[in-house]
Ligand binder design. Structure first.
Ligand code: EPZ
Length: 420
C-alpha cells in the first residue's frame, strides 16, 4: 500500500492545471449506456473511480478505449445488465448505471451500495422515483432487481431531499422513458447541469436545466447519439488547491478552472483574508498572513459544498480565532477531526457541529485517511505541520484526486509517495 510523506513548511508557487471533474465524469460515463453509438469523452480525470466505472461498462459488454483523459465508449454490444458487488462495493457511484440500464433494457440488477465512511447514504429516493416511473423493484440477495418490461413512463417526481445521484439517475431514466417526467426539488450542481446538457444535446427535449424543476421529454426507448463531451473542471480539486495556498500562505494560479462553480469557496476564503484575481478560466489567490476564523454550513449547490468541508477545517485550524463548521448533508463526515487533532489541532465535535479552536502550530505525525476529502485535509495540514507527516491509506485519495502529490510537488511542496 502507498502512503504520502510530507515535510511541512514549504511555500507553494506557480501554476496548477485543474483536471476534469470526477463527479461530472461519472454520470456522463453512465449516460453512455443510453446510446448504441460511440461516444467520445475528453478531459476525464486520471483517477481510480473513473477506471472502475469504465471497467463496469466493459463487464456489461461495452467497448471502451481509454487513454488517461480520453475515452471512446460504444455500448452497442451490452450483453449483461448486472452490476456486480465486486465493482459496486469499490465505488458507490456505480449505482448511476441503474437508471440508464433499466430505461434502455427494461431490466437490470445492481448491487446495493451499502453505507460508507461518511454516512448511511441510502438510495431510497432513486428507487421510489423509478417505481413512480413504472419500475417494479425488489431487493434480493443484496441486489436491486428492477424491471420495466414495457419501458418506463414519464411521472412527476418530488424528491423529499435534494439528491445529486438521485437526480442524475432519474434524468437518465427519463431520457428514454415514454412521455414527460417532471423532477421537483432537483439538484442544481454543475455536474448535474453538465449531464442534462449532454442529454439535451443528444436531442432529448429538456426544460429547467440548472433549476430545481426539470422537465424531460423521453424518447420512448429510442437510444441517443451523443456529441463529443468535454468534462467540466473539477470544482472540488480547484477548491482544494485554493486551500493549499491559503494554509501555506502562498500565492498560486489555477489554470483551466471555472470560477463561477467555486464562488462560495472563494467568498469564504475572502472572509478569511485571502484575495483573488479572477479571469475567465484562471484564478490567482493571494494569501493573508493572519487567517481569520470562518463560520460555514454545508448545503446543496450553490451553498457551501460538503466536499470542501474537511479542507476548510484544515485551514481553520491555523486561523486566529474560533471557527464553527456545521455538516448538514452527511451524518458522519467528521472522521478527519480526530486525525487533525493528532497533528496538534484543537477541534471539538458536538453532533454535526465542529468548533475549531486556534493553535499556534501543528506537528507532523502518522495519520490515516478515511475518505476522499478527509484525506486531502490531512495532506493540507501536513503541508504546514512541523516535521514529517505520513498520510496512510491514500487509496481514498487516488479515487478522486488526479496526481495530487505530483501537482503539489510541482508547486514546491515537499511531498513524496512511498510504499508501506
Ligand atoms: C454526490 O453523492 C457526490 N458523489 C458526493 O461526492 C457529494 O458529497 C454529494 O453528491 C453531495 O454533494 C458523486 O457525485 C459521485 P446525494 P450522492 O444523493 O449523489 C441523502 C466526493 O467526495 N439521500 O446528493 O451520493 C444522502 O444520504 C463525494 O466526491 C437519501 O437520503 O449524494 C445525503 O444525506 C462523496 N436518499 C443527501 O441525501 C437517497 O436516495 C445528499 O446525497 C439519496 C440521498
Amino acid at each position: 500500500m502507498d502512503y504520502l510523506q510530507i515535510k511541512g513548511g514549504a511555500k507553494l508557487q506557480g501554476n496548477v492545471t485543474i483536471s476534469g471533474s470526477k463527479n461530472a465524469a461519472l454520470p456522463i460515463i453512465a449516460a453512455t449506456l443510453l446510446s448504441d453509438k460511440e461516444a467520445t469523452l475528453t478531459n476525464l480525470p486520471n483517477v481510480v473511480d473513473i477506471r472502475t466505472l469504465l471497467k463496469l461498462l466493459k463487464m456489461l459488454g461495452g467497448e471502451v478505449e481509454h487513454d488517461n483523459t480520453v475515452a471512446k465508449i460504444n455500448n452497442a454490444s451490452i450483453n449483461s445488465t448486472k452490476a456486480v458487488y465486486t465493482i459496486v462495493s469499490q465505488m458507490r457511484a456505480s449505482i448511476l448505471v441503474l437508471g440508464p440500464l433499466l430505461a434502455r433494457f427494461g431490466e437490470c440488477e445492481v448491487s446495493l451500495p451499502g453505507g460508507c465512511a461518511i454516512g448511511q447514504r441510502p438510495i431510497d429516493l432513486h428507487l421510489k422515483a423509478l417505481e413512480a416511473m413504472g419500475a417494479h423493484i425488489e431487493i434480493k440477495g443484496g441486489y436491486v432487481h428492477a424491471e420495466a418490461p414495457d419501458g418506463l413512463h414519464g411521472a412527476k417526481i418530488i424528491f423529499d431531499k435534494v439528491t445529486v445521484g438521485g437526480t442524475e439517475n432519474i434524468v437518465m431514466a427519463a431520457a428514454l422513458a415514454k412521455g414527460v417526467t417532471t423532477i421537483i426539488n432537483a439538484a442544481k450542481e454543475p455536474e448535474v447541469v453538465q449531464l442534462c446538457e449532454m442529454i439535451r444535446d443528444a436531442g432529448v427535449e429538456m426544460e429547467g436545466v440548472g433549476t430545481d424543476t426539470l422537465i424531460i421529454h423521453g424518447t420512448d426507448r429510442k437510444p441517443l447519439k451523443f456529441k463529443d463531451t468535454t468534462v467540466i473542471p473539477d470544482r472540488i480539486e480547484a477548491g482544494t488547491y485554493l486551500c493549499a495556498a491559503a494554509i501555506t500562505k502562498s500565492s498560486i494560479t489555477l489554470d483551466k478552472v471555472n470560477a463561477e462553480h467555486i464562488r462560495t469557496s472563494i467568498s469564504k476564503l475572502e472572509s478569511m483574508g485571502c484575495s483573488f484575481d479572477i479571469k475567465k478560466d484562471e484564478i490567482t489567490i493571494y494569501p493573508t498572513e493572519t487567517i481569520k476564523p470562518v463560520s460555514l454550513i454545508t448545503m446543496e449547490y450553490p451553498g457551501f459544498p460538503t466536499d470542501m468541508q474537511a479542507q476548510f477545517m484544515a485551514v481553520a485550524v491555523i486561523a486566529n480565532g474560533e471557527s464553527l463548521i456545521e455538516e448538514r448533508l452527511f451524518e458522519n463526515r467528521f472522521m478527519h477531526v480526530s486525525e487533525l487533532n493528532r497533528l496538534g489541532a484543537d477541534i471539538w465535535l458536538k453532533g454535526n457541529i465542529a468548533a475549531v479552536h486556534p493553535v499556534q502550530e501543528l506537528y507532523g505525525a502518522d495519520v490515516m485517511a478515511t475518505d476522499l476529502r478527509a484525506s486531502s485535509a490531512l495532506v493540507l495540514a501536513g503541508l504546514v505541520a512541523n516535521g514529517t507527516t505520513n498520510v496512510h491509506r491514500i487509496y481514498h485519495l487516488d479515487r478522486g484526486y488526479d496526481n495530487l502529490e505530483g501537482k503539489l510537488a510541482q508547486l514546491g511542496a515537499d511531498i513524496v509517495r512511498l510504499k508501506e
